[in-house]
Design a protein around this ligand. Structure first.
Ligand code: HEC
Ligand code: HEC
Length: 445
């Protein structure tokens, strides 16, 4: 009897050992194959992001290598309301920061159709409570004619903004003839982010110089981080942009469930999420455009005919039918073939944003997927001839739509984003906003 039991035990062991491949969840096998096929490298590993803090593996501008201390400095500057020094009206001094329009809980987006920095007040729960101050006319606040982009995984964005106009390299090689005004900065030959943020200070009515750095208490940080710069160049927009860029590059969504799955933890996603991913990388065709590492596209711009910000109701101010931003990449290059084409944004941590596409025309990720499923342009200004051929009806069922949405909302959501928020900023100010109403709403009073 004993012998028989042992025999059965050994038999089961052998059986298990032989068939462990067949016991594998077929969804995992299929998804890995689909990913390899969808990736430009032919390997599913293409979609693996570096781990948080693995600075050596994060793409960087060679002029601006990432270090722990530089990231820490940038993290404070991003939320530092003490830099809001050039408002239109004195009352608004010191009341906003970069994070006024890039709010962590809102996926580093504004939490409303359009961000308002100088000229706005209030925060609400996630930015939705901000409104224009009554003593600013409609054309006076710092607002832009497009929704603020999510700034996570921007290490993978060589040319920044919806039109990709910043940065002297990559897609902008050959566009030198149109570098004027703010894009003159491209002549420094820096990456998109490093270039854009130098210009960002003036655009967002912020300032930084040696006196400001000293007054707010950041001088020891600048000395420690930028000791290799001569003192005359150490305390200004260039070094501040380098610190902010290093911080933004460090914002990698490496703990999203899809990332854990890619790295071998097959329990990290449910079967339904895996089915959603299979649709994303298959029938739904999303991968045809979103095939960069963070599911952006570093080299292509496409027209999908969504509405512009001025059409999304009275929430958007100081923009209109003639806004250059409505033309996307074409508004920058002035080339016919680029008209109405926009960058393909990354897709991690989009859930909290609440407003999607450059004109904030969609209010949920389900609405976004439905838009792609029907594939009918909604913007009368965009000629059908410009619309991307990959934008065509998908024939997804209601259930399939829900699975793609689940993949976007859950598998691509890194809950660890709080590590990108500082405990305090050196001025001691309230952040991300510091106006009276925001202070109350943020619990600073
Ligand atoms: C008034 C709101 C507002 C403020 C304040 C603001 N931004 Fe933005 N940000 C935007 C908008 C809008 C865009 C998209 C602009 C466009 O496409 O023309 C953007 C885009 C970006 C991008 C490009 C991301 C990409 O994928 O291309 C980066 C980086 C960025 N902002 C960083 C910053 C930093 C750093 C600061 C502070 C110095 C800042 N922002 C302050 C609204 C704002
Ligand atoms: C033709 C290329 C293309 C295809 C195919 C495509 N996308 Fe996009 N996607 C874009 C572009 C371009 C944008 C930005 C459009 C704009 O705002 O003008 C975008 C925007 C988005 C956004 C909003 C991002 C933001 O910051 O607001 C989401 C979410 C998204 N896509 C998900 C998907 C999903 C899911 C699929 C598949 C069902 C898909 N996309 C298919 C090109 C594409």
């Amino acid at each position: 009897m004993k012998k028989y039991a042992l025999g059965v035990f050994v038999f089961v062991l052998v059986l298990y050992g032989c068939s462990s491949d067949e016991l594998k969840n077929p969804l995992d096998v299929d998804l890995r194959a689909a990913l390899a096929k969808a990736s430009p490298t032919g390997n599913a590993d293409h979609f693996i992001l570096p781990d948080y803090g693995d600075y050596a593996s994060i793409p960087a501008d060679p002029n601006n290598p990432l270090t722990e201390l530089k990231v820490e400095l940038g993290r404070m500057l991003f939320f530092e309301t003490g830099l809001a020094l050039d408002p239109l009206f004195e009352e608004s001094k010191g009341t906003w920061s970069c994070a006024t329009c890039h709010i962590p809980e809102a996926g580093f987006m504004p939490g409303r159709a359009q961000g308002i920095a100088d000229g706005g007040a209030g925060f609400g729960v996630n930015g939705e409570g901000r409104t224009k101050l009554f003593f600013y006319d409609n054309d006076e606040p710092d607002v832009q004619g497009a929704r603020a982009l999510n700034v996570m995984n921007t290490a993978y964005v060589p040319n920044t903004t919806w039109s990709g106009k910043f940065g002297g390299g990559d897609n902008n090689i050959g566009t030198e003839d149109v570098w004027e005004g703010d894009t003159e900065i491209n002549r420094l030959g820096l990456s998109g982010m490093e270039s854009q943020i130098i210009e960002g200070f003036a655009l967002h009515r912020m300032n930084i110089n040696e006196t400001i750095i000293d007054t707010l208490g950041y001088k020891p940080y600048f000395n420690a981080v930028f000791g290799n710069f001569p003192e005359s160049e150490r305390y200004g927009k260039l070094t501040a942009s380098f610190a902010l860029s290093a911080y933004l590059r460090s914002m990698i969504t490496s703990d999203a469930p899809f990332q854990h799955w890619l790295k071998g933890d097959e329990q990290a996603m449910s079967d339904e999420e895996k089915e959603g991913a299979l649709l994303f990388f298959g029938k739904a065709g999303c991968y045809k455009c979103h095939n960069g590492t963070p599911l952006n596209n570093p080299t292509q711009f496409y027209a999908i005919g969504v509405k512009d910000l001025y059409e999304t109701g009275d929430e958007a101010i100081n923009t209109g039918i003639d806004d250059k931003r409505n033309k996307g990449r074409g508004g920058f290059t002035k080339r016919e073939e680029d008209m109405y084409k926009f960058k393909v944004p990354g897709l991690y941590n989009m859930k909290g944003g609440g407003f999607y596409f450059h004109g904030s025309s969609k209010r949920s990720l389900k609405e976004v997927v439905k838009y792609f499923n029907v594939a009918q342009k909604e913007n009368a200004l965009v000629p059908q001839s410009q619309i991307a051929p990959q934008f065509r009806p998908l024939g997804l069922t209601e259930e399939e739509i829900d699975k793609v949405v689940l993949f976007l909302e859950h598998s691509l959501y890194d809950h660890e984003y709080h590590r990108h928020v500082p405990e305090a900023v050196l001025s001691g100010n309230c952040f991300p906003n510091n106006d009276e109403l925001s202070r109350t709403e943020l619990g600073c009073n």
